[in-house]
Design a protein around this ligand. Structure first.
Ligand code: PMP
Length: 448
C-alpha cells in the first residue's frame, strides 16, 4: 500500500520513548497488575521435549466438533474457496490460546501494520495485541492510561461508544472541535495553551481520523501533523481509533495514519493505534487490535489476563486462514471492494437526501465510513424552530424511521440540531421511504 512520506523525504533516525517514560502515563491499577502466574508461563509449553502439567486446558478430544468447513470468497470475490479446520489446527482453534492473540494472526497483523503504515517492526519498541473487537482494546487502553479524575481530550462530535468508557472512569472530557477537515488542531492548541498551570495536563487525546463516526470526516495531513506536534509539546498519548481506515472512498490522497506519521517525525511511542476487522471481515467475529509502544500493549495484556483472558481462538483462526490465503495485497483488494460498495451507498443516499430533504437539512459529503451527519435547518417561522430532538427521537420513530439525534455524540451531551443516519444496510427503495418519512417528521416538528 502506498504511504506518502512527508515532503517525499525518507525516514529520519528515530527517537524511541523508553519504557520508563510511561510511568507517568500508566494508571494506578495498570502499574499494580502483575503477570498472571499461569498465562505468563504458557509460552514455555512450546519448549521442545517439555511435558506440561501447567494449565487447566480441557482435552479437545472431549469436544463435540470434529471439523469446520467454511465457504469463503477470494479477495476480489471472483472465486469461491473453502477453509478447513481439522486435526491439530482444529484442536488449537478450540483451545485456550495466548493472551495477545493467536500467534500467526498477531504476526500477520504486525506485517499489515508494516505494509499499511510503513512501521518496520525493528524500528521502535512496538507490538500488537488482539482484542474482542477494537472496542475491547480501546476500553482497556483507556483504563491503562487514565485514572479517575484525569482530563482526556476528546474530539467532538465523537464515537458515542467511547463516551461511556471515559464516563465510567470518571474522567473530565475536554471537547476538541472538528470541522470538514477533521479535528481542529487550532482548537486543540488553544485548549492546551490556556491550560491552568496548577492543573495536571490531559494524558491522552481520543480521535477517529478516517471517516469519523458520526461525521464521516477525515483529518487532513496538516491537521494530523499539528496534532502530533502538540502531543510532543504537551506530552500526551494519541488514542488513534481507526476502524474506517480501510473504508476511505474520498478523492483526497491517502493520508498517513498517526501511527505512520509519528515514525516520519522522528519520535515514536506516543500513538496507540486501534484497528478493527468488524467493518471489513465481520463484526460478529469480534476481532480488533491495538498497536503501539510495548509498555502500553503489555499493560493491555495484563488487563486481558484479569478480564476475558483472550479473544476467541476459533474466530482468530478463521480470520488467519482467510487472511493468510489472501495476503496483504489481497486484503487491500478486498477492502477496496468494500469501500466501493459504501461509496455507492453513500451516493444513493445523498441523491435521496437531495430529493426529499433539500431546504430542510444541510450536510457535508462523508468521505469514509457509513454515516451522513446532517443538520436540521432552523425554521424561523416555526414556534420551536423545528426541534431536532423531538423530530428524530419521537416523531420520526412513530412514522417508522429510526435515526440518532446528534446529542449522543457530543461529549457534553448538549442539544444540537445534528442527526446521524447510517446508509450501510438499507436498499435504495428503503432510503427513499425512510427519508420521505423523515421529511414528514421534520415538517411536523416545525409545527409543534
Ligand atoms: N470505534 C469506532 C469509531 C467505531 O465506530 C466502532 C464501531 N461502530 C468501534 C470503535 C467498535 O468496533 P469493534 O466492532 O471493532 O469493537
Amino acid at each position: 500500500m502506498v504511504q506518502e512520506t512527508i515532503n517525499g523525504s525518507s525516514k529520519p533516525s528515530l527517537k524511541v520513548l523508553p519504557p520508563s517514560y510511561y510511568d507517568k502515563f500508566l494508571s494506578h491499577e495498570a502499574k499494580l497488575r502483575g503477570f498472571s502466574p499461569i498465562r505468563g508461563l504458557l509460552p514455555l509449553e512450546s519448549t521442545p521435549g517439555l511435558i506440561s502439567l501447567l494449565a487447566g486446558k480441557p482435552n479437545p478430544d472431549t469436544f463435540p466438533f470434529t471439523s469446520f468447513r467454511i465457504e469463503s470468497r477470494s479477495a476480489d470475490a471472483s472465486k469461491p474457496s473453502t477453509l478447513t479446520l481439522e486435526g491439530s489446527e482444529l484442536h488449537e482453534a478450540l483451545q485456550y490460546g495466548a493472551t495477545a492473540g493467536l500467534k500467526p494472526l498477531v504476526e500477520w497483523m504486525t506485517g499489515l501494520q508494516e505494509f499499511s503504515h510503513g512501521r518496520d517492526r525493528t524500528q521502535g519498541d512496538w507490538r500488537v495485541t488482539m482484542g474482542s473487537g477494537s472496542q475491547d482494546v480501546v476500553y482497556k487502553g483507556a483504563m491503562c492510561i487514565l485514572n479517575p479524575g484525569d482530563a482526556v481530550l476528546v474530539e467532538s462530535p465523537v464515537y458515542a461508544g467511547v463516551l461511556p468508557v471515559f464516563n465510567d472512569r470518571q474522567c473530565e472530557k475536554i471537547e476538541v472541535d472538528t470541522d470538514e477537515h477533521g479535528i481542529r488542531s487550532s482548537s486543540l492548541r488553544e485548549i492546551l495553551e490556556a491550560w491552568p498551570v496548577e492543573k495536571p495536563k490531559p494524558k491522552a487525546l481520543y480521535t477517529v481520523p478516517y471517516g469519523c463516526n458520526p461525521t464521516g470526516m477525515t483529518a487532513t495531513l496538516e491537521r494530523r501533523l499539528e496534532v502530533l506536534e502538540l502531543a510532543k509539546e504537551h506530552d500526551f498519548i494519541i488514542l488513534e481509533d481507526d476502524p474506517y481506515f480501510y473504508l476511505y472512498y474520498g478523492q483526497a490522497p491517502r493520508y498517513p495514519s498517526y501511527f505512520a506519521l509519528e515514525a516520519q517525525t522522528g519520535e515514536v511511542g506516543r500513538v496507540l493505534r486501534f484497528d478493527s476487522f468488524s467493518k471489513v471481515l465481520s463484526a460478529g467475529m469480534r476481532i480488533g487490535c491495538a498497536s503501539g509502544p510495548k509498555t502500553l500493549i503489555d499493560a493491555i495484556d495484563r488487563h486481558t489476563e484479569t478480564s476475558n483472558l483472550q479473544v476467541a481462538t476459533l474466530t482468530q483462526m478463521i480470520a488467519f486462514k482467510l487472511l493468510d490465503q489472501w495476503g496483504f495485497e489481497g486484503f487491500i483488494t478486498h477492502t477496496q471492494r468494500v469501500s466501493a460498495f459504501y461509496r455507492e451507498r453513500r451516493d444513493m443516499f445523498e441523491d435521496a437526501m437531495r430529493q426529499h430533504l433539500t431546504g430542510l437539512v444541510e450536510w457535508t459529503t462523508p468521505e469514509a465510513g457509513m454515516f451522513v451527519w446532517f443538520k436540521l435547518i432552523v425554521d424561523p417561522s416555526s414556534p420551536s424552530g423545528g426541534d431536532s430532538e423531538e423530530a428524530i427521537r419521537n416523531i420520526a420513530f412513530k412514522k417508522g424511521v429510526l435515526a440518532l439525534p446528534g446529542t449522543i455524540f457530543l461529549p457534553s451531551g448538549r442539544k444540537t440540531a445534528y442527526v446521524r443516519a447510517s446508509f450501510s444496510m438499507v436498499s435504495q427503495e428503503q432510503m427513499h421511504l425512510a427519508l420521505s418519512r423523515l421529511k414528514e417528521a421534520i415538517l411536523e416538528a416545525r409545527l409543534a
